[in-house]
Design a protein. Structure first.
Length: 334
């Protein structure tokens, strides 16, 4: 029979690692961990991958040997029974027991080791909305949306819940997934080990804009984090700095905007939509739907359904001048 050509097993392993271990910002990988929990999960993943690879190579080797040798006639009086028994006992029973026992023990110890309770952890509350993330720091009375700031090297405790359908909070580079379930607060604890901006997403189908329910975790040095927290809690940066923005603030207050959105230090205290107190400092609009710039904001205000169909913000009747004023006001916040 013809010779079979197969890829060297090492090449297969290396290719798979490259595919799965991609670390571009657009497709974050848990194998590019930047947190205590993700590092442990990645270790477990590599152990599983290595053991599966060894089993695969051994089994594939036997298959290839069998194909190469072909069917042979056993000598008279030898039915191969004893040899077959060894294969069954070792390959069918002993090996799976050993492999699964090792994986079972390591999985249980890893699961027990992640999310340790830590005193003095930074408390954050996240509510899954349709289709964005309500974020608050209850100890400092700070509220924001879709961008979660955490200090590097300090434990963080995120309480996750939902007031509508189930969502799932997943930042692969920092920690595993945790569901947000109405009436059932779940807690995620982790510690970022490196400063950076880490992409997160909703990992549970939750409706028409599930795919656009994304967020970022911004891990920064503790002093920068404290500075941000103090500034946010003070309501700084919410006073219009020029006449156009001041007109925009009046539009915001007189139109339906203030009924749904809150802005610190103003009469706008709505809680249906995202808090906009630091809107101008945010990177994106609509939970990472589009970059935050004046053009996209003007389009969003005029008819957000064009950008994110099905989102719960209704179109608002405004004149072009009012839109310009609102954009100046909102982009100046933060
Ligand atoms: Cu929220 Cu999917």
């Amino acid at each position: 029979m013809g010779r079979l050509r197969v890829l060297h097993p090492c090449a297969v392993v290396a290719a798979a690692a490259l595919l799965l271990g991609g670390c571009s910002e657009d497709s974050p990988s848990l194998l590019d961990g930047k947190g205590t929990e993700s590092s442990r999960i990645a270790g477990l993943w590599w152990l599983m991958f290595a053991m599966a690879a060894v089993v695969y190579v051994v089994v594939a080797g036997f298959v290839l040997v069998a194909i190469a040798r072909g069917r042979r006639r056993a000598p008279d009086g030898d039915d191969g029974g004893a040899r077959d028994d060894v294969f069954i006992w070792v390959g069918g029973l002993a090996l799976p027991v050993v492999v699964l026992s090792i994986l079972g023990v390591v999985t249980v110890t890893t699961t027990r080791a992640v999310r340790p309770v830590a005193s003095g952890a930074v408390q954050i509350e996240v509510i899954g909305e349709r289709w964005w993330w309500d974020v608050s720091y209850p100890d400092e009375n700070v509220r924001t949306a879709n961008e979660i700031r955490v200090p590097v090297g300090q434990p963080v405790e995120v309480t996750l819940t939902s007031d509508n359908v189930a969502h799932s909070f997943w930042v692969p580079q920092l920690a595993g997934k945790v569901d947000l379930i109405p009436g059932q607060p779940n807690v995620l604890r982790f510690e970022a080990t490196e400063a950076g901006t880490y992409r997160g997403e909703c990992a549970e189908f939750c409706g028409i804009q599930h795919a656009n329910m994304n967020f970022v975790v911004i891990a920064e040095e503790p002093q920068d984090f404290q500075r941000w927290l103090a500034r946010r809690g003070s309501g700084a940066g919410t006073t219009p700095t020029d006449e156009l923005a001041a007109q925009g603030q009046r539009v915001f207050q007189s139109q339906p905007c203030a009924g749904c959105h809150a802005i610190e230090g103003t009469a706008a205290t709505g809680t249906i939509g995202p808090d906009l107190s630091d809107f101008g400092a945010r990177q994106t609009i609509g939970a990472l739907a589009v970059p935050n710039n004046p053009e996209n904001l003007a389009e969003w205000i005029t008819d957000s359904q064009e950008i994110k169909p099905g989102n719960l913000m209704p179109p608002i009747e405004l004149s072009p001048d009012q839109v310009t004023q609102l954009v100046a006001y909102l982009e100046g916040l933060g």
